[in-house]
Each structure stands twice: as C-alpha cells, then as structure tokens.
Design a protein around this ligand. Structure first.
Ligand SMILES: CC(C)(COP(=O)(O)OP(=O)(O)OC[C@H]1O[C@@H](n2cnc3c(N)ncnc32)[C@H](O)[C@@H]1OP(=O)(O)O)[C@@H](O)C(=O)NCCC(=O)NCCS
Length: 187
C-alpha cells in the first residue's frame, strides 16, 4: 500500500475512558482552540509555532489541519474531553519520510489540563497507531531542554534521549537547545 493510502479514511483513537482523539471539526472546535492559542504560556516552550489572539490566524491553522491530512502531510488528532465534549488540545504525526518510515510527533494541550496524565496517554495511543497502522519504524521529536513536562511524557512512553541539538529553534526571540528523543518499533 502506498503511504498516502493510509490517509484515505481518518482513524479516531481512544486514549482512555475520558479522552477521545478525532479529526478536527473546524466550526465546532474553534472556540476551544482559540482558548488554547490565545494563552501564551502554552507556546512558551513549544518549537512548532506560536500562540495568537488573531481569530483569522487561528481559523487558518485549523483549516490547514484538514488540508494537511488530505495531502498526507500531517496526521492531526484533536484531543477531546468526553465529559464536556470539549477540544482540549492537538497531537500529530508530521514530517513523514515514507521510504524510511520515519515521523515526527508533536502535541500541546489547554493550560487548565496540564499535569493530569492526559498527553502521556495520548502519546501512547498515537505511537501505537504509528507503529501498527502506519507501519512506522522510528518516531522522533525535538524538545526544548527546559521543557520538563514534555521530556517526562516522552520518557514515560519509552522514548530514548539521543542527544542535544544546539540552537535548534527560536523561542521568545532567542535560539534554544533541544533534546532529540526517539522510539523505534522494536523498542
Ligand atoms: C508538555 C505537555 C504536553 C505535557 O502534557 P501533560 O498532559 O500536562 O503531561 P502529563 O500530565 O502526562 O505529565 C507527565 C509528567 O510531566 C509532569 N509535567 C507536566 N507538565 C509539567 C510542567 N509544565 N512542568 C513540570 N512538570 C510537568 C507531570 O507532572 C508528570 O509528571 P509525573 O510523571 O512525575 O507525574 C503540556 O504541558 C503542554 O501542552 N505544554 C505546552 C506545549 C508543549 O510544550 N508541547 C510539547 C512541545 S515538545
């Protein structure tokens, strides 16, 4: 099967009894995502983009998730709190190298949901999906060395810290170092 065929039908995932991972529904999820994007703290240590209070920018980011899936570029799940039917974050696989079966993993959640074990469980579901359904061999990510929460999430999911990239990406107008973490299908 060609790699792009994995993107024909979106696969939702169940992280646990309370947390569901599904494709974004732009109009329904807009206010919940706006709450996340307009909180600077969420993006303080996040290398993949910045927060914004500009609603048109948020709308564009959300619409892009649909396009990126259709073009087999990024597989993004919206993290949903089942109890309140609320979109509380995003987790995704990106930077696919189909030939080498490699992908990058990224994630963020609403500030009020930090420290409840949610992303640890979401990463577990998405990594299982990456290895079993997408037949990936290596899943990796780059994390600012100050991002203790994210480092813990990865370590708890059996990711190995491979090394440090110096001045890897820009945060708050200065370049920061990051750790490279990876997990192989055989780990
Ligand atoms: C980093 C982030 C994804 C962690 O998600 P989370 O759901 O809060 O993580 P978990 O609750 O599963 O926590 C795992 C561990 O990290 C700890 N932790 C979580 N956030 C932390 C923080 N900001 N500072 C220190 N420790 C933190 C938890 O207490 C837990 O520790 P324990 O295993 O000793 O109990 C979340 O804080 C976030 O969205 N941050 C902003 C975006 C971001 O940095 N994304 C990652 C970019 S690489």
């Amino acid at each position: 099967m060609a790699f792009k065929d994995y993107f024909r039908d979106f696969q939702s995932l169940i992280a646990n009894d309370n947390i569901f991972l599904r494709q974004i529904i732009v109009e329904k999820d807009f206010d919940d995502y706006y709450e996340i994007y307009s909180n600077d703290e969420v993006f303080k240590l996040y290398g993949g983009g910045r927060g914004t209070t500009d609603k048109s920018v948020v709308l564009k980011i959300l619409q892009n998730q649909i396009k990126e899936f259709k073009t087999a570029k990024i597989y993004s799940w919206t993290i949903v709190d089942n109890k309140y039917d609320k979109a509380i974050g995003r987790i995704f696989l990106s930077d696919f190298q189909a030939k080498n079966r490699i992908a990058n993993i990224g994630y963020f959640i609403n500030r009020s949901y930090w420290g409840k074990g949610i992303v640890t469980e979401c990463v577990s579901s998405v990594v299982d999906f990456g290895f079993s359904f997408l037949k990936l061999e290596r899943i990796f990510t780059e994390v600012a060395t100050d991002n203790i929460g994210s480092c813990k999430v990865l370590a708890k999911n059996g990711f190995i810290q491979e090394g440090i990239l110096r001045h890897c990406f820009e945060l708050k107008d200065s370049l920061v170092d990051c750790y490279v973490y990876s997990k192989l299908s055989t780990d």
